[in-house]
Design a protein around this ligand. Structure first.
Ligand code: FO1
Length: 320
């Protein structure tokens, strides 16, 4: 079994590649829920849905989030009453949020609601929220002179402000008391290889690691953990990972990613464009594998997944 720690789009593409090279029933995705929010009374789980829709092959590939062939009649109707509605829920996507919210209101856990959604899409992959407890990323914006300013919800920062603002710090509200969802620690324990997907290290993977027990589970399995760098030639392919790394005091490069993950993962896969940084990655304490990491086609995603899994298995064979 392969276990993948996952955020949104990058992880979803990686997982879609992975199920081309590993039987889907042998894959477990442990997914970030700290981007979740309640909007118009509906519980939205962006990363869970991005992973689910992509694995099911029904995602909108242009936007990266939501469903293909989406229409926006409900949003237009909502804007009659709230012209400033800034978070776009498509008509088809709404079905997912209605189902999830209904199940939660009836007493189901987020894991149970997620299992129902995955069954509805016919998925064989186990998609697990990292926790069923409330976990929310809160973003403290930086003032012009770099001091701590207003603290806002993650989606307020990411979508409403288009992550085009300086960040002072992050915290994961609820992380201290959150419990891993059923199956999470068992999957980390049983996995042949654990992959840290090419997701934003600071706002997608760190909240997953912040759930008590998860970081320790990875540390204990460090030799079998392979991380894939989401930074290529100093840039994030999507989203604000490069800017956030810089603003929060990390090197916005494969080396910064290596330093960030060295405690939990033995191996880092970096892109060919960063081949000249391999020695620095190794100096940061990680074994370095150089491969094409840009998942511009499903074939490239499958090749990256195959290489990543081989790297984890190879490391085990080497006995390190
Ligand atoms: N991202 C946007 O940039 N604008 C949106 O209006 C938006 C709506 C949305 C609705 C449902 C959903 O599951 C995701 C949605 N996203 C939207 C994406 C999402 O909020 C972010 O990309 C992630 O949270 C970051 O991983």
């Amino acid at each position: 079994m392969i276990c993948v720690l996952a955020g949104g789009v990058g992880a979803a593409r990686f997982l879609r590649g992975l199920i081309q090279v590993v039987p889907p029933a042998e894959v477990t995705a442990v997914v970030n829920v700290a981007d979740d929010m309640v909007l118009s009374g509906l519980h939205i789980s962006p990363d869970l849905d991005t992973v689910t829709y992509t694995l099911a092959g029904v995602n909108d590939t242009e936007r990266g989030w939501g469903l293909a062939g989406e229409t926006w009649h409900a949003l237009e109707a909502l804007r009659r009453f709230d012209p400033d509605a800034w978070f776009s829920l498509g008509d088809r996507d709404l079905g997912t949020h209605l189902y999830r919210t209904g199940r939660l209101a009836a007493g189901a856990t987020l894991s149970e609601a997620t299992a129902g959604i995955c069954a509805g899409f016919g998925l064989e992959v186990s998609v697990l929220p990292v926790t069923d407890d409330p976990l929310r990323t809160r973003v403290t914006l930086a003032t012009d002179d770099g001091a701590a300013g207003e603290e806002v919800d993650f989606q307020d920062y990411f979508v409403r402000r288009r992550h085009d603002v300086a960040v002072h710090s992050l915290r994961f509200d609820g992380a201290d008391v959150a419990r891993p969802a059923p199956g999470v620690l068992a999957a980390l324990d049983a996995a042949e290889v654990i992959v840290v997907a090419p997701s934003n290290p600071l706002v997608s993977i760190d909240p997953v690691l912040a759930v008590p027990g998860v970081r320790q589970a990875l540390t204990e399995r460090r030799a079998d953990v392979v991380a894939v760098s989401p930074i290529v030639a100093g840039r994030a392919l999507k989203g604000p990972a490069d800017r956030l790394l810089r603003e929060l005091g990390h090197d916005p490069s494969a080396i910064g990613v290596a330093r960030h993950y060295a405690e939990v993962a033995a191996t880092l896969v970096i892109d060919e464009a960063d081949a000249d940084r391999a020695a620095d990655v190794e100096a940061a304490g990680m074994r370095c594998v150089v491969a094409p990491t840009v998942m511009s086609t499903p074939e490239r995603a499958a090749a990256l997944a195959a290489r990543t899994i081989e790297s984890g298995r190879g490391h085990q064979a080497a006995g390190s």
